[in-house]
Design a protein around this ligand. Structure first.
Ligand SMILES: *[C@@H]1O[C@H](CO)[C@@H](O)[C@H](O)[C@H]1NC(C)=O
Ligand SMILES: *[C@@H]1O[C@H](CO)[C@@H](O)[C@H](O)[C@H]1NC(C)=O
Ligand SMILES: *[C@@H]1O[C@H](CO)[C@@H](O)[C@H](O)[C@H]1NC(C)=O
Ligand SMILES: *[C@@H]1O[C@H](CO)[C@@H](O)[C@H](O)[C@H]1NC(C)=O
Ligand SMILES: *[C@@H]1O[C@H](CO)[C@@H](O)[C@H](O)[C@H]1NC(C)=O
Length: 475
């Protein structure tokens, strides 16, 4: 009876794992204890959340290494000090954190990246940043420039969730959480690069993605440049220098060199949004002809033009000539064709309305905003993770311990042949040696047998001759 119960519960547990692994949405949830799960469910009901599960709303950070496709389950601890602004927490907890993957850290006093970095150094695997007051609206933690030091995942949750979880950790010391991050997989991956033309970080992003793109080019992937362009059809002010005006509408972009603006340090406000729209048209025309050509062009633009928005047009005319595999005539036709320009800019405006990108540059992959450090291999991994079918280059990017079967089989074939050849040679010599030995022994046996026979015959002969020489008996 007991055994059936154990088998039954094992089967149930297995089923549970399979069912939950099947879920196609990212989720952060309470595993243990059940009373905490119940309290979280109550909070969700109170907030009108249509879910009967102990799930916690969360926002992934915009830095770190977001491990899509991975499900982490484990104990949670509370950082000491709670805000983790210095490394005293780090130095205390190294041992303990090896078995406690989740660490609760409170928002405040220092940057998110620094908190998460301190927790990472302490050994935490996933940092749960708890808001320090009941703010409305979602908070996305962004990089203050230190994000590239962070290699773990961090999430942001509200104070309401955080307070309940913290209380249970402090009371029971046994709170288990689960974070599962999944990415939508499609047969095709559509990657949008949200670029701020006047930002060096945009140059860097395109620059680091170029080799990654080449590596995984055999997969079904497209890259599109996306600029901060909006279409205005009412309240048109033709004097607005941030817009290019056509018949009854305008395409506008933010001023690239506002004195207090970020990006380039241009104190004299001499450029305007219309320079950006003009450059966007040129780049979209290049891209419309060839994605590869656009990548090459952007690298030239990022080297020579990005810091002089008032001279984008002049600078671009020089750089575009350096781009190989670009049909200049077709490019110039495109840049003058209003029908084509409207199609391209309308699409930019549409996408801009669909997403709220507030940290530029950014990347969206199959309509999902990429979170984590803007590093080539990390973005490449996320792109590969968005595809249903991938080639060896993609598989290797996702799992660097993966050995490409082509290489392995061709090299192992070579070594097999070498081994077989050596084996044959050794076998040949052994056979030859053994054969020689056997042959020699057979010959000598033969000889000695003959000699023995002769001797016995000789003896028999003499015995038969002189019966009196001794007794012979069969008995
Ligand atoms: C995820 O699964 C749910 C039900 O299991 C389904 O309704 C939904 O369409 C799926 N979403 C995607 C993006 O596959
Ligand atoms: C770390 O921070 C805590 C509280 O925030 C403070 O008490 C402690 O002195 C700090 N330690 C160092 C080394 O700065
Ligand atoms: C170029 O633009 C045309 C017209 O807008 C569009 O149909 C075509 O798909 C574009 N080609 C590429 C490669 O973007
Ligand atoms: C302008 O672009 C539209 C849309 O891509 C295209 O159909 C048309 O032929 C182009 N006109 C010229 C003169 O190239
Ligand atoms: C914007 O979103 C709508 C609805 O989600 C979708 O139908 C449309 O294709 C999107 N447009 C672009 C340009 O992404």
């Amino acid at each position: 009876m007991k055994r059936t119960a154990i088998i039954f519960s094992l089967a149930a547990a297995l089923l549970l794992v399979v069912v939950s692994a099947n879920q196609n949405e990212s989720r952060f949830s309470i595993v243990q204890p059940p009373e905490l799960a119940e309290e979280i469910k109550q909070l969700n009901r109170l907030n009108g959340k249509n879910s009967d599960e102990a799930v916690i709303d969360f926002e992934l950070a915009n830095f770190g290494n977001i491990q899509y496709g991975i499900r982490t389950i484990g104990l949670a601890g509370v950082s000491e000090p709670y805000r983790a602004c210095n490394k005293s927490a780090a130095l205390q907890g190294k041992q303990e954190f090896s078995t406690i993957p989740f660490l609760l850290v409170e928002r405040g006093d220092c940057a998110f990246t620094d908190k998460v970095y301190n927790a990472q150094e302490a050994g935490a695997q996933i940092v749960v940043i708890v808001d320090n007051s009941a703010h409305k609206g979602k908070v996305i933690m962004i990089d203050n420039g230190h994000g590239s030091n962070v290699h773990i995942t961090s999430v942001f949750i509200t104070k309401a969730y955080g307070d309940i979880i913290k209380k249970y950790i402090e009371d029971t010391k046994y709170v288990q959480l689960a974070l599962q991050l999944v990415q939508l997989k499609l047969s095709h991956s559509s990657v949008d690069l949200w670029l701020d033309l006047s930002s060096p970080y945009s140059n860097k992003l395109v620059h680091i993605l170029q080799p990654v793109r080449q590596k995984i080019a055999k997969n079904d992937i497209n890259f599109h440049p996306q600029f901060d362009i909006t279409k205005k059809t009412s309240n048109i002010n033709i004097k607005d220098t941030n817009c290019i005006t056509y018949q009854t509408f305008q395409y506008c972009a933010p001023d690239p060199d506002l004195p207090q603006g970020e990006g380039i340090a241009q104190m004299n406000n001499i450029a305007s949004g219309s320079d950006v729209v003009g450059e966007a048209i040129r780049q979209l025309c290049i891209h419309n002809q060839s994605e590869e050509a656009w990548f090459n062009y952007y690298n030239e633009f990022g080297t020579y033009c990005y810091f002089i928005p008032q001279d984008y047009e002049k600078c671009s005319a020089i750089q575009v000539k350096k781009v190989s595999n670009l049909d200049l005539e077709q490019y110039q036709k495109c840049a003058k064709n209003e029908t084509q320009i409207f199609i391209m800019l309308d699409a930019q405006d549409q996408k801009n309305q669909n997403f709220s990108i507030f940290a530029w540059p950014a990347v969206t992959i199959n309509q999902m905003i990429y979170r984590g450090n803007l590093e080539g291999d990390l973005i490449g991994r996320a792109i590969c993770n968005s595809l249903q079918q991938i080639d060896d280059a993609c598989t290797y990017l996702i799992d660097p311990s993966y050995v490409q079967p082509n290489q392995e089989s061709s090299s192992s074939l070579f070594w097999t042949l070498v081994l077989v050849a050596i084996g044959f040679t050794i076998a040949f010599f052994i056979t030859a040696y053994v054969f020689k030995r056997i042959a020699r022994r057979e010959v000598s046996q033969d000889v000695s047998q003959k000699v023995n026979q002769m001797v016995s015959q000789y003896i028999a002969f003499y015995e038969s001759r002189g019966k009196n020489t001794g007794d012979q008996s069969d008995l």
